[in-house]
Ligand binder design. Structure first.
Ligand code: F6P
Length: 548
């Protein structure tokens, strides 16, 4: 394991942060005529422009130097070498290996994990092909026409995003795919409302095969099948599992040939590249699934080999660290200007916050810096008519990440031009704002009254930072590369804070506490005497309401 020190800002960087916090972005553009060019980074057809951030090329270069001193390159190498970077769980971090076509062995604990991954991948492709050709049949002999993906968190958000992003708009026929994550019975009921049990297959995606929500939904699905098929029908034919817990999937009644394993070293929020991606292969076809993995692998190669100062995930992590820690901007808004990427903010929320929402270092000491800022967002242009008012004139300054495909996946050029123009205009408006003088002149030009309040209400202060990420047309390869870019950025951010981005122990306590509460609500158990009076009263109130 490489030696590692967290990124500690030097006094001169802290002074630069203080100055940049109050320097208008307009002044920075005036000061450096080549600012836009010097703060734009490219990889293939991706273009990332940090010129509207409160940063300078010199600051970025200094941060890259500190990252190098802190050992980031050695950690990147250790990631790709399959070292056990997930120290708190004693596991390697293997999602990059899942998209690596190399046949060179990658040995973990004496086993070539790459060979095992290849085998699973060919089983995934075979199963997806069989389903796609209508050759996979259920218990009655009817071909499977619909797949329902049951999973939550990382077992849901990644495949759901990819399928939503890449399903052709004009697709007719083929296998229908839907997703159910929530244990709210309404979610599964709605998904099943129009489906024929004889032609429906469930993919139970759960690394642990012990997540309560997913198992409860899988059991409800099994009951729905049993009720809808003939007596004694083999409901097991309607299930596929993607899991690291093969024994539990078998105990659930899933046939061994329908259990697609994944390695323990693949974290839930990185699992779309594993057998969990079987749903992607069914929904989009094997060539698109392969292109997705290929795009991610291309980004992996860049991350593994590019110098830190021009390494896109590293530079994005450094700029994010600068915003969150040097400038104290404690939120990030992600605004994809593509309907295909509407689910990206939710996906990134889990990726960033489950990875880097931590308060102790890898060694168990309290972190010295604040860690991941809150992340939220929504698709543009819709967001402009919702929360952008707050971004422009609210009292909080929040960096925005505009994600903009340059070319439409389909549809006419004029509407796409309007879409992109809106993204660029929003970033410009945030950066430059609108002064009282400009407002007054505009109002006067329109012959409108211009008292002080009318002017003040219209002023946009500007100097609100953003990054613009231009992408090529959204296709499988581009999306794969984009997701890998954010994965690696998240990894590097974790390194800079000295934390382990690959565990998520914070989610466990609530799961433990929910057990006895659920039992008390159904009358099958009692609350522990130590339960606080507030929770006890609320649970009792709900129990009474449910009994009525
Ligand atoms: O939310 C916590 C979590 O452990 C995530 O990390 C994971 O993606 C999700 O639950 C689902 O877990 P599993 O795939 O084991 O069902």
């Amino acid at each position: 394991m490489p030696q590692y020190m967290t990124l500690v800002l030097t006094d001169s960087l802290r002074a630069a942060a203080r100055a940049l916090a109050t320097t208008p972005l307009a002044a920075l553009f005036e000061r450096d005529g080549r600012r836009a060019e010097r703060l734009t980074f490219e990889w293939e057809d991706f273009r990332v422009d940090f010129a509207k951030e409160r940063i300078t090329p010199e600051v970025l270069a200094d941060l890259a130097g500190l990252a190098a001193e802190a050992g980031v390159e050695r950690w990147i190498a250790a990631l790709f070498a399959g070292e056990k970077l997930n120290v708190t769980e004693g596991r390697p971090v293997l999602h990059p290996a899942l998209r690596d076509p190399s046949t060179d062995p990658l040995t973990v604990d004496g086993v070539d994990v790459r060979a095992a991954m290849r085998e699973v991948r060919s089983r995934v492709a075979a199963l997806a092909g069989e389903i796609g050709r209508g050759e996979r049949r259920g218990a009655t002999g009817a071909p499977i026409r619909h797949l329902v993906h049951l999973g939550i968190g990382g077992s849901d958000l990644g495949p759901r995003l990819v399928v939503d992003a890449l399903r052709p708009a004009n697709r007719k026929g083929g296998v229908g795919v839907s997703f159910v994550a929530n244990v709210d019975p309404a979610a599964l009921d709605r998904a099943l409302a129009d489906l024929d049990p004889a032609a429906t297959l469930f993919v139970v995606a759960s690394k642990s095969f012990s997540t309560r929500e997913t198992l409860a939904n899988a059991r409800a699905a099994r009951a729905w099948l049993a009720a809808g098929l003939h007596a004694g029908a083999d409901v097991g034919r309607h299930f596929v599992a993607a899991t690291a817990n093969v024994a539990a999937a078998a105990a659930f009644g899933i046939a061994p040939e329908a259990i697609l394993p994944m390695h323990e070293g693949v974290g839930g929020r990185f699992s779309l590249w594993s057998s969990v991606g079987v749903t992607i292969a069914v929904a989009l076809g094997n060539p698109a699934h392969a292109a997705l993995l290929d795009g991610a692998h291309a980004m992996d190669r860049h991350f593994a080999t590019a110098p830190l100062a021009s390494n896109l995930p590293v530079v994005m992590a450094l700029a994010g660290h600068w915003n969150a820690n040097a400038l104290g901007l404690r939120q990030r808004v992600v605004a994809p200007y593509a309907d295909a990427l509407a689910l990206l903010p939710a996906y990134l929320q889990q990726l960033s916050l489950e990875s880097n929402g931590k308060r102790v270092t890898r060694e168990g000491a309290a972190v010295e810096e604040r860690t991941a800022p809150a992340l939220w967002g929504g698709v543009g242009t819709d967001g402009q008519h919702a929360f952008f008012q707050w971004l422009h004139q609210g009292t909080d300054v929040v960096p925005v990440e505009f994600i903009v495909p340059m070319v439409p996946a389909h549809g006419d050029r004029a509407r796409h031009a309007l879409l992109v123009a809106n993204a660029l205009a929003q970033a410009q408006a945030l950066a430059l704002g609108r002064s009282a003088a400009d407002v007054a002149a505009e109002l006067a030009g329109r012959g409108a009254g211009a008292d002080a309040a009318a002017i003040a209400a219209r002023v946009c202060p500007g100097n609100r930072p953003s990054t613009t990420i231009l992408l090529p047309r959204i296709g499988a390869r581009t999306l794969g590369a984009l997701l890998a870019l954010f994965e690696h950025r998240t990894f590097v951010e974790g390194l800079l804070w000295g934390i382990n981005p690959f565990d998520q122990f914070g989610v466990e306590l609530g799961k433990i506490l929910a057990e006895p509460i659920a039992a008390s609500l159904t009358g099958t158990g009692d609350l522990a005497p130590t339960v606080d009076p507030s929770t006890r009263a609320l649970a009792e109130r709900v129990r009474l309401a449910m009994e009525r």
